[in-house]
Structures are given as C-alpha cells and as structure tokens.
Design a protein. Structure first.
Length: 300
C-alpha cells in the first residue's frame, strides 16, 4: 500500500520544483525527503523523478501519481466536510489568507458578521500575496484564501483548488497630473508604478499596455497598491488602480481616457477541492461576500 505522507512529498516537489524547496515547505531535511522519495520509488517500482542540477522534474509516471494523490486528498476533504456538516453550528479554528486591500477594506466587517452569527467559529487572518497564498492553501497551511484574479491569469493548478467568484472590482488607468492632457504619443513616456514583475496584476497590466501599442516604463515597484495611488496623486507615476482602493482612500483621481475603462479583477474565495461545502468555509464565504456587497453599496 502506498504511503500518503510520501505521496504528499512527491506532490510538494511537483509544486515547488525541487527537493530542497519541498523540504523547506514541509519542514523536513533535504536528506529525509530524498530517502522517503526513494522508498516511494521502490514501493511503486517506477522512476518518479528526474533530477537536473538543483531542480527535479517528475516523470510521466510521477505526474500521474500526483494527479491520483489530488483525488485522494479531495476525498479526504469531502469526508471532513461531511463530518462537519453533522454538527449544529460551524465551529473550530479556520485560517484565512487575504490580500492587502480586501483584508483592510472588507475583512473587519466580515469578521464582525461571523462573530455575531457563528460564535463557535474562530477565524484567523494571514496577509499573503496571492501567489504565495495559493501554495499555502494547497499545502494545508491555510484553509481558505480571499484573493483577486486578473483577466488571463491563473492562480492554481487545475483540480487542486475550488474557486468561488464573489464579486468584481473595476480596474482603471490613471495618469499623473503633468500628463493628464497629453497626447497618446507623449503618454508613452510616463513612468509607471506596478507590483513586482511576477505578480499577476503586473502581467495583466503589461499585456494591456502592449495591446494599446506601447511598452510601459516601469520605474517603481511595490506590492502596496495604496502606495501606487499616492504616487499618482503626487504626480510621479501612472498606475492601474482598483475601484475599491480608490474609494477607500477617498481619492478624487479621474481615470485617463487613453486607458481602458472596461477591465475588472475578480474577487475570489479559494478552498481546497472537496472542501468547498464545509460549513465553516461556507459561512466565511457568505460573510465576505455580504461584507463586500455592503461596502460597494455604501460607497456607490
């Protein structure tokens, strides 16, 4: 019989790209993970990994084993969900990862709702960037993720995560004051502030600019979108800003007519596949959705 712990180690290597990274994620030594994976290969009678320098690539057999492991883990999540559903009230400790703006704007109200309606449920928040949060969810370090998603970007491996879209937040382009009345040609020389290059929002923003016909000059990088807004207000940089952030700041910025006004990010709640109907997670999803809707209606 295959050992589930070893299968989880193989899965971690597939997620993180190396035995060393998987060992760090799982809090094991490199040698311990290597030994367990060697035992797994003996159990299966198949080569599961191809090592190349510091990286490790799964063989087709290894990839198929990981896909089957995902099915086993989803079945376990469904079993836990069924057990929790037999209780009268959602209860226990649930850890939720959130990104900065939704955490600051919506989560306090959502937590108040949960405290009032589900007093036996304790929710703990962790502020994480979306890309990190998804890995933490799959690795079972957090139980749910409240995050955003930009058009054309992907957050999680197919099948490992269940996605609930609870709302949309328009994203508009803003130019600094010295460029407000510029022609499209002069606008191309404006400095921009964006999130780090690997962020989904930046990949989306770069694609939007390129589709308009120019390569943006990314002069400043920060994961703090409120900093982006302040840079625009100071006349120092252009930025794409979500409406939630602009509303929270009470800013009087006016979107640029040169930049698309029909784009939006999705506000998502992610859970592990098989756990989406867990009563505690459903309660959290409902509370966040209601808090988001209440905020939007209040500021319209």
């Amino acid at each position: 019989m295959l050992d589930l712990n070893r299968l989880m180690m193989l899965r971690a290597v597939a997620m993180h790209g190396s035995i060393a990274a998987a060992a760090r994620e799982l809090a094991y030594s490199h040698s311990a993970v290597s030994q367990q994976l060697s035992l797994l290969e003996r159990e299966t009678g198949a080569v599961l990994l191809e090592k190349a320098g510091r990286t490790a690539r799964l063989t087709p057999v290894g990839l198929e084993l990981v896909r089957n492991t995902e099915d086993v883990l989803a079945a376990m999540e469904r079993a836990e969900t069924a057990l929790a559903a037999s209780r009268e009230q959602p209860r226990g400790v649930v850890t939720v990862a959130v990104f900065t703006s939704i955490g600051r704007i919506v989560m306090p109200d959502a937590l108040r709702r949960l405290s009032r309606e589900h007093p036996h449920l304790e929710v703990r928040l962790r502020r994480l960037d979306p890309e990190v949060a998804v890995l933490q969810l799959i690795s079972r370090h957090v139980d749910a993720v409240v995050t955003d998603a930009y058009p054309g970007t992907h957050l999680a491996p197919v099948g490992s995560v269940h996605v609930s879209n609870i709302g949309h937040d328009p994203v508009r382009g803003y130019l600094p004051e010295p460029y407000l009345d510029s022609s499209f040609e002069r606008m191309q020389s404006v400095p921009w502030v964006m999130e780090p290059r690997e962020a989904a929002s930046t990949q989306w923003a770069l694609r939007v600019c390129r589709e308009l016909g120019f390569e943006p000059i990314v002069a400043h990088e920060s994961s703090d979108v409120l900093f982006h807004l302040r840079m625009v207000e100071a006349g120092l940089a252009a930025a794409f800003l979500p409406d939630l952030v602009v509303r929270e700041a009470g800013s009087a910025l006016v979107p640029s007519p040169h930049l698309p006004a029909d784009q939006s990010r999705g506000i998502l709640v992610l859970t592990r596949a098989g756990a989406q109907r867990h009563p505690a997670l459903q309660a959290i999803r409902d509370a966040v959705s209601q808090a988001l809707a209440a905020y939007v209606s209040k500021t319209d």
